[in-house]
Unconditional design. Structure first.
Length: 512
């Protein structure tokens, strides 16, 4: 089994080799943290989006969709707080001239302390075996207690300083901890400055009269400004939700880890409007519902965990991340935020328009509270891909590369092969393509020996292969091979649609 670093490298190169992800404008040496989705990637992405959309919109009578524009009136971002507060604290190293996020440098330092604590725990576990009492050990072992206390104090001080906009203290902390530039080892730092993450652009032809616009940094604001349009035209009653998927843009400074942190990415967000005072009940509901959605895909319960936020954004009264076990550790995949009435109230103030709901039961109007679920589509893509890619040793000692992508998400659902390129077998295979193509993305392949064709589809993530052989001509049956078990069954051509429907239907996946 490859270690995590190797596994991650394999995921990146496999994604390219099999037409999932290419670097953007590669012929010009690429653009950092911007990616293109290839012929298989676009299908996987579409299928993840569809899986999310169906579970949100079709499964909830009180949730509807929206597709708002990327460019919005610039006051939107003043109201939402993005113009003033959507910043990262940056610091430059004077020697290497490299720029870093100050909070990330400190967090990485704190993470090293945690790793030291984990090392002590692992050593003790090995020494004491079954008698090991981890809870007692971590609360009494002096070094572990010291590492963890130090870590907590550092993170708390950083949070306090950032909250108070005390950037001098953030720099002081970096200096006190003697944090060095990871590349040059230098400790010569500039002051810490705030850097706004929004990409700006101009509307209008002449430089003087052009209006400053922003590429949206989240899709959520398109939902807030359309709250009344949807509520009134859809005759929606609270509680109700508006779901949207679409591109968002952030001028990320530390854009690493492949498609985990991109400058142009896609979000799938849902804002759920509720009665004031009921938001925490709905927050718990959405935490549970979203985790269930993730678990339905079968990527392994042990690969998810909640991270409840201790430090809350100014507009939130509760927030949690669903973290996924990526090849580089547990990291945020989705956020669930109880955003209070902050956004709608801010838009009321800045637009002068009322954004309220008349509640017929309470016989009063109010600005609804909002619970948001927000997931990065590209991050979900990475979760699926990194979990799916496996090197398997087979019973005969050979190995195979296989991508066990959940069949409901797989780009190609079935590959159809004539065993030979003659004797009328290709014609029957084409007939099967014709039968299945209305419901599934299927592929015809006649090149190379059938074993090699199987391996190619295993590596591409195709859940089924259908092979037409000479027996097919006699009894109209084919072999259906399962990617994961490699088992083959003989099945009548006419039963194929029903057989595929049994294992590739939204109903069977979304209800597990
Ligand atoms: N409307 C709330 C919001 O945008 P966020 O935590 O900033 O919240 C939500 O982003 C989700 O969007 C994250 O959980 C992550 O999955 C995804 N995301 C955020 N920044 C990203 C980036 N630079 N690249 C890829 N995905 C990103």
């Amino acid at each position: 089994m490859a270690n995590n670093d190797d596994h991650f490298k394999n995921v990146i190169s496999h994604a390219k080799e099999y037409g999932y992800i290419f670097g953007s404008s590669e012929i010009y040496d690429g653009l950092s943290a911007v990616y293109d989705y290839g012929q298989n990637g676009v299908e996987l992405k579409k299928n993840i989006r569809e899986y999310w959309w169906r579970s949100m919109v079709y499964m909830h009578q009180n949730i509807v969709g929206l597709d708002a524009s990327i460019l919005m009136h610039p006051t939107t971002w003043k109201a939402s707080g993005h113009v003033d507060a959507f910043n990262d604290p940056l610091i430059d190293n004077k020697d290497s001239k490299k720029r870093y996020r100050a909070d990330v440098l400190i967090e990485e330092y704190a993470e090293k302390l945690e790793q030291k604590a984990q090392k002590e725990i692992a050593k003790a576990k090995k020494r004491f075996g079954d008698d090991f009492d981890e809870e007692q050990f971590v609360t009494t072992h002096p070094r572990v207690v010291r590492y963890r206390t130090e870590q907590k104090e550092i993170l708390q001080r950083m949070a306090r300083s950032l909250e108070a906009e005390d950037l001098a203290d953030v720099k002081a902390l970096i200096e006190e901890l003697e944090i060095a530039d990871p590349i040059s080892g230098s400790r010569e730092w500039t002051d810490v400055r705030q850097f706004n993450l929004m990409f700006g652009t101009k509307l209008g032809a002449s430089a003087d009269s052009a209006t400053q616009l922003y590429l949206r940094p989240e899709t959520a604001q398109g939902i807030f400004v359309n709250f009344l349009n949807v509520q009134k035209t859809g005759r929606m009653k609270i509680p109700f939700g508006i779901a949207q998927t679409g591109k968002a843009f952030r001028n990320e400074i530390v854009a690493r880890q492949f498609i985990f942190r991109m400058r142009e990415f896609e979000q799938m967000e849902m804002q759920f409007f509720v009665r004031p005072g009921e938001e925490l009940k709905w927050y718990e509901y959405w935490k549970e519902t979203r985790l269930k959605w993730h678990l339905s895909l079968g990527l392994g319960e042990e690969n998810y965990r909640f991270h409840d936020h201790e430090k809350l954004a100014h507009y939130a009264n509760a927030a949690a991340d669903i973290e996924f076990n990526f090849p580089f550790g547990f990291k945020e995949l989705e956020g669930i935020h109880s955003r209070t009435d902050f956004d709608l109230k801010a838009h009321e103030e800045h637009s002068g328009k009322k954004l309220q709901f008349f509640d017929p039961e309470l016989k009063e109007s109010y600005v609804p509270y909002v619970v948001e679920t927000s997931i990065g589509l590209d991050r979900m893509f990475l979760a699926v891909l990194s979990n799916a890619l496996q090197e398997e040793t087979l019973e005969d000692g050979n190995t195979r590369t296989v991508m066990k992508i959940p069949s409901i998400l797989a780009p190609v659902k079935a590959a159809i092969f004539p065993l030979l390129k003659k004797d009328g077998l290709p014609e029957i295979a084409e007939e099967i393509v014709e039968l299945l193509k209305w419901d599934y993305n299927v592929l015809y392949d006649e090149k190379d020996a059938v074993g090699r064709r199987y391996r190619r589809q295993d590596a591409a993530g195709t859940p089924y292969c259908i092979t037409v052989d000479h027996q097919t001509k006699e009894d109209r049956t084919v072999t259906l091979r399962d990617r994961d078990t490699m088992e083959q069954e003989r099945i009548a051509i006419e039963d194929l649609p029903q057989r595929l429907r049994k294992s590739i239907s939204f109903q069977s996946w979304l209800t597990t």
